[in-house]
Write a protein that binds this ligand. Sequence first.
Ligand code: C2E
Ligand code: MG
Ligand code: MG
Length: 591
Amino acid sequence: MTTDTGPAACAALCRMLEARTGLAAFAVLKAGSQGYDLAHATAAYRALQVSGALATPAGDPPGPAPHRLPPAALGLSAAACFVQPVRGAGGGSVGLVVAASRRARRAGPRLAAALEDAAAIAAPLLAALAPAETRPLADAGPSLPPPRRDPAAGGRTGVAGILPRSPAEAAARPASAAVGVLPRAAAHQLVASLLRARSRGEPFAVIILDIDRFRAVNEALGSEAGDLALGETWQRIRARTSPEDRVVRLEGDRFLVVTSPARRQVRGFAEALLAAVAAPIDLPGRRLALSASVGVVVAGPAETSPVRLMMQADTALRRAKAAGGGRLEIHEPVLHAALLDRSLLELDLRHALENGELGLVYQPYVDLATGETDGVEALLRWRHPTRGEVAPATFIPLAEASGLILPIGMWALRTACAAAAARPGRFALSVNISPLQFHAPGFVAEVDAVLAATRFPAERLELEITETVLMRDNPETTAQLRALIARGIRIALDDFGTGYSALAYLSRLPHHRIKLDKSFVQDMARPSTAGLVRAIIALARSGGIAVTAEGVERPEQIAAVRAMGFSHAQGFATGTPVEDPARIGEAAPAV
Ligand code: C2E
Ligand code: MG
Ligand code: MG
């Protein structure tokens, strides 16, 4: 019976490490004022001689974790030895996870990840340990017996004390005995540490797999056959995961897999796990066909709760069981496939920039007084590798919700300025700026840097902001607008009339242009709309503000908006957005 804290949990952690890494011996040590105390060691570790090398916590070992130490320095008779510091809530080291191998080993990514996870799990366990639950390291156990030939290791020299069990025992209960069960609380810690690591870019999905009717297997065939089947299931899951994935055994016949949807398609991966488990297992004297049920949840961008994620995966798993087992269910927040799709799309968006999937197109707008193209607006495009073109109306809100709009928006500004600077002519360039960007610290300095790097003159740049920016109607907003304007940059209020636009903004906040939303243009035949539009235009133009009609689709609408008093027009009638800024103007018909 395992409890979720204390030595039992440390023991479970050790078994999990053993199963994941194939390391033969390890210990969890707790830092105390006198040195390190033993929180738990595998039986094998206890058999190792532990010298005083760890007795004084002289800060963290040097170099990147896991630290590789000469086993002799720790007094361990092992071929390789690794030490992973356990960080407490304050960031300092509160203990160590020590792992030793009887074979020479390198700290590859799988080992590094396993030790990192173990340290993350160990932190709260160590914090909860009562002094009575630890023992001084010096009392760790009997001294190490001399090395002997190890038949289980194919005749190589092994160290008797490190072998977890006798070869006979190992043959009788092969893999499952090594597959330590991780207590729920520790599993939550593992998922929590992965969630935290997510800010470093790796998104993930939580998959829980449970063998169907496993109790019946145990009852009908005996627990030995059950253990064999479990061990085989574990091996098959492991064989289909990569070193970056996390696989642990949660309880009896239940496994947790954490993987990244950025690396692979989650549904397909979970289905492959199901199929792997369902392939017949050959036991001595009989063939066993198992099936499993799988619950999946993809962590949303704002998810921070490991408990909630695990519950969602559990709920999905229960649905799979209730539907008869042998199947997969994906947790969908409000049973909306669209939401899951949204999370998946957002995960893809994280890599869109670096994968070169984002691009800009340029749409000209004309000065209605001269009929000439006056400038172009840069518009983002996303060519998704499998979905094709994704509309900005779909991905810009995702980028805003996740903060990705900051790098993406800066990329758009830099790319557009560089493209416009390279093209002859004096046309203006309009770039859309999301409220998040506008209010981000250092925005003005970043604009300066882009202008300097691209040698694009500030006087030709127009930034399109929306009313959402202006809703933060405070002195800082005004000051920032003035700072931009002082550089010669012009400000346009985009999509005017759609949101919370108050005509009051027009007089309160400095700007050069309003772009009246296309819904007004499309609805201009209605007298009430026409009246409102006329009032807005009159107010704006009395203050010397340009007014652009958006969404001017048909040539005859150009005449209509000119007659209304608009100063500029933009829409399919003035030119469809083109990819190559060198072709701007060609696309614009004479107006
Ligand atoms: P917006 O700034 O109002 O851009 C004008 C939108 O109207 C563009 O949609 C354009 O393709 C579309 N359009 C142009 N002419 C016509 C027309 O005659 N009829 C109709 N019905 N539509 C027309 P798009 O490219 O889908 O962009 C949608 C919105 O996404 C933009 O609206 C803008 O708010 C946002 N967006 C696009 N690029 C960026 C960007 O780089 N940064 C930010 N923050 N937002 C962007
Ligand atoms: Mg715009
Ligand atoms: Mg607009």
